[in-house]
Design a protein around this ligand. Structure first.
Ligand SMILES: *Cc1c(COP(=O)(O)O)cnc(C)c1O
Length: 419
């Protein structure tokens, strides 16, 4: 469910006419719906009402402070993967005690900063990282709260580039190694073992892989408890999918049902790290048609948003619905590729898509762009990154200004020996 709907032939963001935003802010622009964000958080969190739980929003999906602040106010925490995300989460008002830190490559200074902030837990991904975290905590005179990210070797049945829980993926430790590392960790002086973690992939459309992963983690937890280890947290990661096209992902309630019973039986506090399911359908990318053209083989609609703004179609072959902001009275249909201005054949937002006939100057909305949209955008081809706007009812505000060319060249200089 989201709040981007047509009213009298005009696509609105909640109650705001998208043409107005395009006029005042320009295009391309990301637009988020506050009511949709709020609803998604509530539906997700309340699905887990039957378990002691904490929703740690996966910040990397959409790092906007306005988005994070909203979830923090609703009682959420944050799942971070870098020192930059730590700073932004704290700035957004997420209490440190609700922050978990994931990722395979945390640096020593990032670890130190997170320890000083007093985060809830590090999800460790290697034996070397364990040594480093123990040493850094010792230097600071604190105990580092840790879990290991276990790689349960289950197939998430999603796109290979967002599958993370297979033995061949770089993430986590396999069951046996994890068991050994827990024993090693329990002998270290500057650690506090908190729990067990996993994250098996993204855009999952079935509950079975989550359930299978949990069953494997439960066995490990029982083995660890058999060795006298006290565990209090079980972090099941994120990954619940959304509808981009025809997908029918599990509802948050179905997802919760697959997990809650086991977690309660184990007497653990459940941590969830949803990203996409909270923000994906709460955002769109508003873009304008620059040109239309035809080759003997194809029709193309060239818009002013490119793969640097929305990388997902290029990177994951993902589908995003594309809707005209103004519905034509009698719409003739065409089949075309919607492409951006970037000098790459891979720069497309849609391929062989049936669309109403579009012409130069028309506005279109690229739907379901709230997750891994702006957050993955770049300056390739020296293109300033898009503006971001939040809408709430009739109100709207720029929450991130469009970059300027000056922003892009700041910090750049010639070497002193160049004439
Ligand atoms: C990316 C990521 C998430 C969020 O995944 P979604 O599919 O967006 O829910 C959660 N946890 C970790 C460790 C991640 O890397």
């Amino acid at each position: 469910m989201h709040h981007f709907q047509y009213h009298q032939g005009i696509l609105l963001a909640e109650e705001v006419d998208l043409r107005l935003i395009a006029e005042e802010v320009g295009t391309p622009t990301y637009i988020y719906s506050q009511a949709t964000l709020q609803r998604h958080f509530e539906v997700f969190s309340s699905a887990f009402a039957g378990a002691d739980h904490l929703v740690c929003y996966a910040v990397k999906a959409n790092t906007s402070r306005a988005v994070m602040a909203q979830f923090a106010a609703a009682g959420g925490g944050a799942d971070i993967v870098s020192g930059g995300e730590l700073v932004r989460a704290l700035q957004a008002g997420v209490p440190a005690q609700r922050i978990v830190y994931s990722g395979v490559g945390k640096t020593e200074s990032e670890i130190a900063e997170a320890l000083q902030a007093g985060i809830l837990m590090f999800n460790l991904e290697s034996s070397q990282e364990l040594e480093v975290v123990n040493r850094v905590a010792g230097n600071l005179g604190v105990k580092a709260p840790v879990s290991f990210r276990v790689n349960p070797d289950v197939d998430a049945k999603t796109h290979p580039k967002i599958t993370t829980g297979l033995a061949k993926n770089k993430f986590g430790l396999d069951m046996e190694l994890a068991f050994e590392q827990y024993l090693a960790a329990s002998a270290m002086d500057h650690l506090e073992i908190k729990g067990v973690s996993c994250h098996i992939g993204s855009q999952l459309t079935q509950v079975a892989p989550f359930h299978d992963a949990l069953e494997r983690l439960a066995k490990l937890i029982q083995r660890l408890r058999g060795r006298g280890m006290e565990l209090s947290l079980l972090d099941m990661g994120g990954g619940l999918g959304i509808t981009y096209d025809q997908e029918e992902p599990p509802t948050p309630r179905e997802y919760a049902e697959a997990l809650q019973e086991t977690v309660n039986r184990l007497g653990l506090r459940l941590i969830l790290e949803p990203g996409r399911v909270l923000v994906g359908n709460a955002g769109i990318l508003l873009t304008r048609v620059l040109y239309t053209k035809s080759t003997p083989a194809k029709r193309f609609v060239v818009v002013d948003a490119g793969m640097n703004d929305l990388m997902r179609p290029t990177m994951y072959d993902s589908y995003h619905a594309i809707l005209p902001v103004v519905q034509a009275a009698e719409s003739r249909v065409m089949v075309a590729d919607v492409v951006g201005p970037i000098c790459e054949t891979g720069d497309f937002l849609a391929r062989d898509r049936e669309l109403p006939e579009l012409k130069r100057g028309d506005l279109v909305a690229v739907m379901s762009a709230g997750a891994y949209g702006f957050a993955m955008s770049s300056n390739y081809n020296s293109r300033p990154r898009a503006a971001e706007v939040m809408v709430a009812g009739q109100r709207w505000a720029v929450i991130n200004q469009r970059e300027t060319i000056e922003d892009l060249t700041r910090g750049e200089s010639l070497p002193p020996w160049a004439g």
